[in-house]
Design a protein around this ligand. Sequence first.
Ligand code: ADP
Ligand code: MG
Length: 703
Amino acid sequence: MRSNVPEIFGSMVFNDAIMRDKLPRDVYKSLKKTIEAGRDLDISIANVVAIAMKDWAIEKGATHYTHWFQPLTGITAEKHDSFISPQSDGRVIMEFSGKELIKGEPDASSFPSGGLRATFEARGYTAWDPTSYAFVKDGVLCIPTAFCAYGGEALDKKTPLLRSMETLNEQALRILRLFGNTSVRRVATTVGPEQEYFLVDRNVYNKRKDLIYCGRTLFGAKAPKGQEMDDHYFGAILRRVQSYMEDLNDELWKLGILSKTEHNEVAPAQHEMAPIFDTANIAIDHNQITMEIMKNVAKRHDMVCLLHEKPFAGVNGSGKHNNWSMITDEGVNLLEPGKSPHENAQFLLFLTAIIKAIDEYQDLMRVSIASAGNDHRLGASEAPPAIMSIFLGDDLNEVLECIEKGTSYKNQGAGRMEIGVHVLPTFPKDSTDRNRTSPFAFTGNKFEFRSCGSSMSVSGPNTILNTIVAEELRQFADELEKADDFTDALNELIKRTIKEHKRIIFNGDGYSKEWEKEAGKRGLLNLPTTVDALPTVLLKKNIELFERHRIYTEPEVRSRYGIQLDVYSKTINIEALTMIEMARRQILPAVNEYVAKLAKALSLKAGLDPTFKTGMEKDLIRKLSMLEDKAYQQVNELEKLLAKAPQSDTSEAGDEILTCAVYYKDKIIPAMEKLRSFCDEMEENTEAKLWPFPTYGDLLFSV
Ligand code: ADP
Ligand code: MG
């Protein structure tokens, strides 16, 4: 029996309908104003909201509350406090105050701060983000909050995101006013993150130390069957997976998460869930919850949900397509090509701002998606390359070419539109949506940033997108506000911007080698790894950008840079240690056992009759002994290299931290790859029964 969706939808969320229902009229109105205008909440109002929220949460089975926040670890954090308050007669009552709702002071000294907290204040505090609704999860009232140091420095991923939404709002409004729009009051960014994931059987998973410690396999010969038949993509969903998805949807719907589409992905055991888009901060909160719930629900089904960007070599990894647009409080999508010349001009202005933004801040776009896990995926013929470019589709591309050359657009269909002398068609959505190799593709009325990794919070990528687009809109507004003739200035600006930044537009195959060459000729950045990309964040133009828009102060930029590099080195360190343990304690003993078995068979046969042909045993013993030896040497080598790794300290985001990360990239990763190749070859030659853990075949076809 499936549940009644409209009935359960949002049933665990303290949403607008509940607030209207439970709060006195004036309190509700005042709260709404705070939410819409982003103003501070009055404490007397907060007290009333807190009581209503607590009573509602208790009805939903909550006994505790938590300020739910997003520290720089990339996952969410919560510390539960119960509502109980002791009375003089030995009993307790359930209490929750406005103060507790608005502000929390978790002892958060163990969260990464990149030295920020040490420099300023020891403690951090959390502050309610009333624009994202509170919800009840596992008996706990969760209040979405931002997390800051006492000096106000952001220690989380939500604060800069909210700041970036604010600056984009300000600059987009300036542009809309120039187009004569006096009624619009807010521009919000919208996000729809498509989430990919793998499901494996829990018993199989539990036998793999690499999956347990690292979330990805570090060894494993290719299974005879992978994704080459293309029989998994959009294929019929297995019963077990279907029942997982049904449960997942129920859980997500209860939390007001608009889970919409589900299907099998390209690799065996790979799936995807896409929600309906929402305002950026809400969509990102929801995506963080979604990832957590995906894992929890899998456990109930005796499966494990893998969110790593590359759990298996040789088959596709997982990404998170970040669909992004801007919407006014009047419901107008600013990336929807318009129906009148006026609307079209406005659309083209926003579009060219984005083109300029991506071109000028390719480095930040690349930085925003950088992680050790995502490095395995980018450019591996399954995901966009590490080179940033924009896909516009043929129609739109032709329009821009005509504008640049000053010729008129040929393809004058029924829906043609004019801007000045230029004619613009309506863009059939389907004709633009089919380039899957571009990192940043226009898909009819939004952009899709396809390079994001599946496990990452998309706060970072959206913070960058909002900020760089805000910066270009600021420059455009500065120029246009001064113009004597708006239309002339507008046409000139659009034309000039296309000319100067068209190199970032690429409509061909982003996976091809030719594109890499071509991009090099165009002078586009190619930053293949996290370590290549991250230092660009410290460039003067980038720090200036962040400071101008009050997204990060320079110390905040440096702290985040340090943390990202540190996480990179630590991730690879854990992987290398796991490899050493698996090779020494599992793989080498297993192979040795097989060699001993072969040797025994050999001597038995020779004992029976010395003239017997014993080619197989001798061959395998020779081959495996050699590989064993190589693997053994390589384990020792890897261990030696690890011991020599430079030490670094995040509290000083100095050069050592980069030196350390470079060492892991240049020395440790190649040594790991070498060890893996010996071990995978041994796997292919060792008796299956003796292999110490499940193979790729067992894993990929375990469900
Ligand atoms: P596909 O990319 O598979 O063709 P869609 O284009 O319909 O599918 O949508 C993909 C994702 O983009 C969904 O999560 C959807 O909600 C989201 N999306 C659609 N419109 C917008 C928008 N204006 N802003 C942000 N995300 C959007
Ligand atoms: Mg899509």
